[in-house]
Design a protein around this ligand. Structure first.
Ligand code: ARG
Length: 564
């Protein structure tokens, strides 16, 4: 039972014109405690009722009777609700405990498929901060959608195709050494690629050579394919270490190369539909000028296909393979035009499902206000950054809790959690300043703070030797701290709905901080283990809190160690 729903039901008889959902969606949380637990504003119902808002509020207030409602008050254009704390509190905790991990599960998705295009680093290049953001945001969105009843497919659309691989092969054959690549794959391949560009400035014939090798690759030349495959495997191996640290898995690694043989069909279809035009020898799709989108380049004059061509083939393939209800592309905002173009082409091809393609853009990770670049020589290797976070977490643990069992795994969960939380607590379009020291603080809105609050709650239960599942409290609590916490816990499903609809994990991150703050103020005012008749009810609420924090952390892709 949802509280807002309950309130909506108790007043619906006064507004037969509105549905319960419409009424529930109007219910607010008053800013000040003296205005009650919930408030129902009526000012925009004046027309409907042909009455002044305060009069509506007064007459409505006198009509409300419900066992959960202690009293109502009409204040100006609002009806304020004061609930029967003990009754409702007990009901909330019982519901959460009875649902366990399933608390908050929703059926919005009705089992439909969502494909998420996430992470998608480029072969032979370092894993960038942008790819980290895509990985973390995309994984969290997938978790959120799953809890909302969708089936998800996490696709790592590797950047493993394109003319740059021709250049890389040419560079390797000229200057490369197998041993060096094996030892240090990504930096070595990057070096070759950079050298190729430098040399090509004075020797333009190199570019032709690069193109030639890419052509060979596309045509299935064995030598080219073998080298490409090897570069790909070595790179994937490197990336996998990062995914293991983050604890993230994918359902598919079908990258750009996978679509090499699937583009021709799309190009033919575009031709049939008369959508291709020639522009300086290249084939393009003109897009609506009203959107001021540049034409979408489909095939260059030398016959080479492009990034957009592959994304088109991938979109059609995914529709056919997964019949998705939504296709999300978690990619930096700098690619916004690209995704608008791809979507517009699909639209022009008459496919209604173009509407279900959503680019989920995000901002930059900054270091001292500047973009953290993996290009231009000064690469910051992401794996090192993650390792550093884990090491810092480890030394924190060593100082605070030296006898902790399972120290290394906890340090990984805390270090990685710090990075994830730091990313997800901000609305994704904001650029964020990357500072390990800030991320790893135990105070403020950080990963360690929320994980530590969870561990603190677990420790109360441990000390009380409390084993919960199935136990509902026999009575409710009625102090303000536990009441505020309980109400907040009950907002979990509604919070999840908002996060799902807005594709916005930061809603969950902010919610966890609220829950932790509320728990910690209760903690500061309460002796949990005192033997009195409320002890069981207190422990039940502590347990319900751990359940909600765990589930919320899981939605962000973070672990919840019981001790740290
Ligand atoms: N590999 C690309 C890059 O690093 C990202 C791919 C994003 N996904 C897509 N379907 N285009 O910029």
């Amino acid at each position: 039972m949802d509280i807002k729903q309950m309130i909506a039901e108790s007043i619906q008889h006064a507004f037969p014109e509105l549905s319960i959902e419409q009424i529930a969606s109007r219910i607010e949380k008053p800013k000040y405690a003296q205005h009650g637990d919930y408030a129902f504003p009526v000012f925009d119902l004046a027309k409907l009722k042909k009455q002044a808002p305060p009069a509506i509020a007064t007459s409505l207030s006198s009509m409300i009777h419900h066992p959960w409602v202690m009293k109502t008050e009409a204040v100006g254009p609002y009806v304020n609700f004061f609930l029967q704390k003990e009754k409702v509190q007990k009901e909330i905790v019982s519901t959460i405990i009875a649902s366990g991990k399933d608390f908050g599960n929703l059926q919005i998705g009705k089992g439909e498929n969502v494909v998420l295009d996430l992470s998608s680093p480029n072969i032979a290049k370092p894993f960038s901060m942008g790819h980290l953001r895509s990985t973390v945001i995309g994984n969290s969105l997938a978790n959120i959608l799953e809890k909302c009843g969708y089936q998800t497919v996490r696709i790592n659309y590797l950047g493993d195709w394109g003319t740059q691989f021709g250049k890389l092969i040419a560079a390797y054959l000229k200057w490369g050494s197998a041993e060096a690549v094996r030892k240090n794959p990504i930096p070595e391949l990057l070096k070759l690629y950079v050298k190729f560009h430098q040399e090509a400035e004075t020797d333009p014939s190199l570019d032709d050579e690069g193109r030639l090798w890419f052509k060979r690759l596309e045509d299935g030349n064995e030598e080219a394919l073998a080298l490409w495959n090897w570069f790909r495997e070595e790179s994937l191996h490197e990336f996998q270490r990062i995914y293991d640290l983050l604890g993230i898995e994918f359902d598919s690694f079908n990258g750009e190369a996978f679509y090499n043989d699937k583009m021709e069909a799309i190009i033919n279809r575009l031709k049939e539909l008369n959508l291709l035009t020639l522009s300086e020898g290249a084939e393009v799709v003109e897009l609506d000028e009203s959107l001021s989108l540049p034409p979408c380049l489909i095939r260059k004059s030398d016959g080479a296909t492009l990034y957009a061509t592959r994304d088109l083939a991938a979109a059609f393939y995914r529709k056919k393979e997964y019949n998705f209800a939504k296709a999300l592309y978690i990619v930096g905002q700098e690619q916004t035009v690209h995704f608008q173009q791809v979507k517009s082409v699909v639209q022009k091809m008459g496919e209604r499902w173009a509407e279900d393609m959503h680019h989920i853009p995000f901002g930059l990770l900054l270091k001292d206000g500047k973009k953290m670049s993996t290009r231009k020589g000064k690469i910051i290797l992401l794996e090192k950054v993650i390792q550093e976070a884990i090491e810092l977490a480890e030394s924190n643990i060593a100082a605070k809790n030296p006898h902790l069992p399972n120290k290394q795994e906890v340090a990984r969960l805390v270090g990685v959690g710090a990075i994830i939380f730091h990313d997800l607590k901000n609305f994704r379009l904001n650029s964020i300043e990357f500072s390990l020291a800030d991320m790893l603080k135990f105070e403020g809105e950080t990963g360690p703070y929320v994980q530590y609050t969870h561990a603190r709650a677990c420790s109360i239960l441990r000390k009380a030797s409390w084993s919960a599942p199935g136990h509902a409290p026999s009575q409710g609590l009625n102090d303000d701290y536990s009441w505020n916490l309980s109400k907040l816990l009950y907002e979990f499903p509604g919070t999840l709905t908002k996060a799902c609809e807005g594709f916005d994990p930061s809603i969950i991150a902010k919610y966890i901080v609220d829950v932790c703050q509320s728990f910690n103020s209760w903690y500061g005012h309460q002796k949990f283990l005192t033997e009195d008749e409320e002890k069981g009810s207190r422990l039940s609420l502590v347990y319900a809190t751990t359940l909600v924090i765990q589930e919320s952390l899981h939605l962000l892709g973070m672990g919840a160690p019981e001790e740290m």
